[in-house]
Ligand binder design. Sequence first.
Ligand code: MN
Ligand code: MN
Length: 329
Amino acid sequence: MSEHYRPRDSMTKPRIASGPRTFMRLPWVDDPLTAEGRVDVAVVGVPTDSAVSYRSGARFGPEAIRAASILLRDHNPATGVDITRALSMVDAGDAPVVPGYHELTLERLEEFLAPLYERGIVPLLLGGDHSLVMAEMRAMARHLGPVSVIHFDAHGDVLDDYYGVKHFHGTMFRRGVEEGVVDPHTSIQVGMRGSVHPDDVDSGKALGYEVIGWDELVDLTPEEFGRRVRERVGDRPVMLSFDIDFIDPAYAPGTGTPEVGGPTSYQTLRYLRALGPLNYRGLDIVEVAPPYDHADITSHAASVVAFELLGQVALRSGRTRAAETGEEH
Ligand code: MN
Ligand code: MN
């Protein structure tokens, strides 16, 4: 019988007294590959912001999200899912990064992540600026081939370059297509808005992505949105990438390139809950920049987004019904 990793019971030890700040008060398991118990999800911080174009500070995102996440409990009444019964989860600390050397960071992050995907562990990456998904896609594609991506963001991140540099936090979803690590024809981008460079209008669609901009999304019910995503992605291995600037800066101000006029945090949760039990293999939440946050609003938003995403992974596990009945299976 293998060990099942869960957070401490919040009714026997107060959440504020949980000790070192791991995500959701989960056990810290430095190397999930050699863990004694089964590991379904490994939370990994990626404290890097070497590839931002505007406000920096996302290197402090992982610790801020972890600090906010100690408030999370196990059960989600909106979906009926107890994620910690369904999933054995650990916090694996932070990935290796090289401050100021973005492409080296990508190389080391890819090497760090690849064995996790190969083992079938779902990494939940806490960013960090969005450029880290380049390493995520490369590492996943090694094992799974070109991956399908569900990309929540105010921006398409499909520019060709910044200042002549190819790897930036606004170029990854173009680079990924060029490198063949993402399949745009089974991928979807959601939430785009705001002013863009004239070269960038409809460039996501031109690359082959389905794009649901915020102006279109706001008129879809969550159920209609969920159906669109499932039709696009099917049962293929999928990576879900969530840039916190998808959410309106009134609800998530602590980020590098805010775009006003976006969804509330509640609308966001409704859209996430509508996704359904897809074949999730990788998750990330990026661009949380605590120096611009107020009252930890953004960190709490990010930790609750993570909670909802883990709930969708839990649905996929098929163990949620057993949790409701108390039976093991
Ligand atoms: Mn963005
Ligand atoms: Mn982004």
